[in-house]
Design a protein around this ligand. Sequence first.
Ligand code: AGP
Length: 607
Amino acid sequence: MCGIVAYVGPKDAAPILLEGLQRLEYRGYDSAGVAVVEKSAKSLKMRKVKGRVADLAAAVPARFKGTLGIGHTRWATHGVPSDQNAHPHLCADERIAIVHNGIIENADALRQRLEGDGVVFRSETDSEVLSHLIARTSKETDTLEEAVRRALKLVVGTYGIAVIDAERPGEVVVARNGSPIVLGIGEKEMFAASDVAALVRYTRQVVHLEDGELAVLRADGFSTFTSDARETAKEPFTVDWDTGHYDTGGYEHYLLKEISEQPDTVGRTLRGRIDDRFHIAHLGGINMDARESRSFRRVKIIGCGSAYYSGQIGAQLIEELARIPADAEPASEFRYRSPVVEPDTLYVAISQSGETYDTLAAVQELKRKGGRVLGIVNTVGSAIARECDGGVYLHAGPEVSVASTKAFTSTAAAFALLALHLGRVRDLSPADGRRICDGLRRLPEQIKEILTQEEHIRALALKYAHCPGMMFVGRVRGYPVAREGAQKLKEISYVHAEAYPASELKHGPLALINPDMPTVAIVPDDELLDKNLTTLGEIRARSGRILMVGHRTTDQADDCIVVPKNEIELDPILLTIPLQLFAYHAAVALGRDVDKPRNLAKSVTVE
Ligand code: AGP
């Protein structure tokens, strides 16, 4: 989704901006642009193109000098991807340039008003109103900061923006409301971006803006303000991700790198959190003592897409280990249905990026209604993490590929820890606590074992990749695994994939089964094994082909992937891994853009 980079300092801004934009490519975009200001000439130069950052770099001339600038990658919402609609956007006299992430909801009304006053728009975007509004308000005041503040007062919607003015060539003004902005502190230079990925090459010292805040960046430092111009004090913190985290590390794709990292990333999620003496989990960040942890009568989990499916695994773990009623719901639905917020319900929000707008808005709604919200989040200091009352960081490192893999398994592992905690302050016995602790500790080695089957899984992916569609089925613990397997396959290979609870097959979708619609069946060795094998029989009786993922081989299936057995509650984490490899190799076989699938963005920061 859209990305912002800004720079002010002694160096040539364009190469820094282009490098930053490259680091944001993983988020998904359709056009890119940069604008710089040359201090001595007080002149603004801009280039923007539909296409990739490489196309933009090729379009930037050698003489594109300036020590202050802004850059943007756009993901179209208002208006098609085109050179004109790409950001930056200029005001009429081309003195002020802005880049914007988010959506201006009253853009049509503002546009009409501005056009009525004679302003000529050059793009179809909602964002362009900002450059014209700031140009107007800058006539009423001496500072760019105040001009931006006044313009933003006229705007309804979400924004992360960066603004430069050729008449004020020493500063960049940035502001946020619902769309992230991070400041990067350098040596006599300042950066800003919508994502730390764009900053880590230059600095690891960052400051997150809060909603409603505005910042003025100059080469020698920065100041932050509330929307009513009160200065705020901000503590910088050090990001522990570096550029290495954003490289493919010798793998052909980020996705394969991230799948392969899972023994480590799951290990990092668990590290220091398993207590062998009392067989409990140490989760300091949840900010709840045992008494409070006992007080909840329900757990409600929210997240979007794969985060939601990992929440379904979490709900199952919490019900089984803590015996508290728990369920997961898409955050995008939850926020719109005016949910009843109960005081004795623990809410858990899940997000890899910590930026997903629907999840953030759901958390904000919960907080407004007095709900207690924990976050299970990967990105430290992100908006969702900051909004929650406490939580668990995944420590999985940055996830670059659009399809989530390592964040999914780390989230499921974090839920196992939370379930263990909630269970052990209730009725989960020390023996069962020990069983889960031991099982958690075995996970990284068992993931490694699954990864050694990559060639076998690749051969299966080649066998099935050309089918017009695939069915994924699982029962109870296997169902969220099936949903995630179908999600991975469809998003990166574009093969139609449908997930169903195995028990529901005969209530409708069985009609779809034929030799061209193979089924991936998740069949763990648990108390439902016989029922699952019966389902396989029903599929075979309709000439359906079956790829079974489980803990044994069977004649009922055409092909099997056998994964190592853990405790039944933890098996879903391991059963997910072959489905990631299956989707990856199917996508490669079909020649897809694996890391940046069509129409998708890494962080969905709009509604
Ligand atoms: C996962 O493969 C998807 N790209 C997507 O469903 C993702 O999980 C979802 O958009 C939520 O993202 P988040 O975890 O960053 O909030």
